[in-house]
Write a protein that binds this ligand. Structure first.
Ligand code: NAD
Length: 431
């Protein structure tokens, strides 16, 4: 049966490679509407959890995953040879930066090598990992074409960026509009039909590299605008103007303005990383991406700025940072999430630790962190005497914190998120 019919009848088997923040919710979405989904991951612990119905990405959807596993709609598997049995393969593996901040597409390449080994006529391959424009056609396609199969006729290839916003209560995998870019007309059409089965709105780009660029534009837009307010936050502090009040008032304008908020730095697997994929690619065209670099520089400086705010505030209390007892609240990069990738909290802890401060942290979502070979364990807030610390830094504004108690009992607070805005107290220093 042609792939189009299989997709429409939901008899097409789908393989999702990489069961992380992007892959697992996507696999669930396809299984939910009736497809048989194989989730492939090289981490056996994750596979075991999936097959036990444990949703390590979204606790709220655990019951759903458990029932999908029971109904044999989702099966986790480590062995790539399952790829020869599936009709659609969706790649959701990490695309980090190397130590020297260049694109590390080794995960995508190694997965692609496996796919090419098992590639069979009629399969549709879709890359969802964020990457630089050109990856689908310059990296994925040549490898898949090596054994003589022709794209658009024998197999189909497309790029479709994942746009999920972790923790967003209104937008999820299903109702976030989907962008697709196919290598040929057939690739485009099949990809559109596939995603139409699970997503509400689909927009078709004229090429994979356009779709790849769309995702980067979205993330660069965020990075640059966050850098702008971070810079203005630093200036406003010198001018004794409250940046948060400025932003709230500017946001009353019904057009031409969109609020972004300052913070201790960028975090997560997207905004601090993706823009530099374009910076790297642009060099091929003798082009220097100045906005991206400048935004990166400003955003990366923020944890140092927070450390300096703390040093100055301690100084006013006749204390030095060295040997001071500091409690950092929040290790996740965003409130109410369990993701500490690229989190500015980690950088802040590293900076303060290097300067001799005695650091403890709490994050009920992240029980342990490792910074330069040193393990820190999240401390229990129950029975904790906040007065015993020289300062408390609110790095992440998790909802479970008792902010009233923090204000009442701490001797000095650095509030990186303006979460204490309703409290007026000299011991609060807001970014
Ligand atoms: N997290 C987000 O909010 C988000 C949003 C949009 C786009 N993205 C992009 O989606 C991609 C995936 O991000 P993520 O956050 O889901 O990452 P993740 O680290 O949560 O998940 C990736 C998964 O891939 C697995 N994996 C790694 N190498 C593998 C291999 N060779 N074979 C099989 N499995 C392998 C890992 O074990 C992991 O489970 C990245 O390109 C990212 O930039 C992420």
């Amino acid at each position: 049966m042609p792939l189009k019919e299989k997709i429409l009848q939901k008899t097409a088997k789908i393989g999702v490679i990489g069961l992380g923040y992007v892959g697992l919710p996507l696999a669930i979405e396809f299984a939910k509407v009736g497809f048989k989904v194989f989730g492939i991951d090289d981490n056996p612990e994750k596979i075991e959890k999936v097959n036990q119905g444990v949703n390590y990405i979204l606790k709220a959807e655990e019951v759903l995953l458990t029932s999908l596993v029971k109904e044999k709609r989702i099966k986790g598997i480590v062995d790539y040879s399952i790829l020869k049995e599936v009709d659609v393969i969706i790649i959701c593996v990490p695309t980090p930066l190397t130590k020297n901040r260049e694109p590390d597409i080794s995960y995508v390449e190694s997965v692609n090598k496996e796919i090419s080994k098992y590639l069979t006529k009629g399969q549709l391959i879709i890359l969802e990992s964020t990457t630089y424009p050109g990856t689908t056609e310059e990296v994925i396609l040549p490898k898949l074409s090596e054994n003589g199969l022709k794209v658009g006729e024998d197999f189909y290839l497309a790029f479709s960026p994942e746009r999920v916003d972790p923790g967003n209560k209104s937008y999820n995998t299903k109702n976030t509009p989907k962008i697709i870019g196919g290598v040929t007309k057939n690739c485009r059409e099949l990809t559109k039909i596939l995603y139409s089965q699970v997503m509400e709105e689909i927009y078709v780009a004229s090429s994979p590299k356009t779709a790849e660029m769309v995702k980067l534009l979205e993330n660069i837009f965020r990075s640059v605008n966050i850098a702008l307010v971070n810079e203005l936050a630093v200036l406003c502090k010198k001018m004794e103007i409250n940046i948060w009040e400025v932003i709230d008032l500017a946001a009353t304008k019904p057009y031409g303005y969109m609020p972004f908020y300052p913070g201790p730095g960028l975090g997560g697997h997207c905004i601090p990383i993706d823009p530099f994929y374009l910076t790297w690619k642009a060099r091929e065209y003798d082009f220097h991406t100045r906005f991206i670099e400048l935004a990166g520089e400003i955003n990366m400086h923020m944890p140092y700025y927070i450390a300096n705010m703390l040093i100055e505030a301690l100084n006013i209390n006749h204390k030095v940072l060295n040997a001071s007892k500091i409690l950092v609240l929040g290790a996740a990069y965003k409130k109410d999430l369990d993701d500490s990738r690229e989190s500015p909290s980690l950088k802040i802890i590293e900076i303060l630790n290097n300067k001799g401060a005695a650091i403890e942290y709490n994050d009920d979502y992240i029980k342990q962190i490792k910074i330069k070979n040193k393990i820190f364990k999240s401390i229990d807030l129950k029975n904790l005497k906040l007065k015993n610390y020289d300062a408390v830094i609110i790095a992440t504004d998790h909802s479970y914190y008792d902010y009233k108690k923090i204000v009442e009992e701490s001797s000095l607070i650095i509030d990186c998120r303006n979460i204490l805005k309703k409290y007026k107290n000299d011991k609060i220093r807001v970014l």
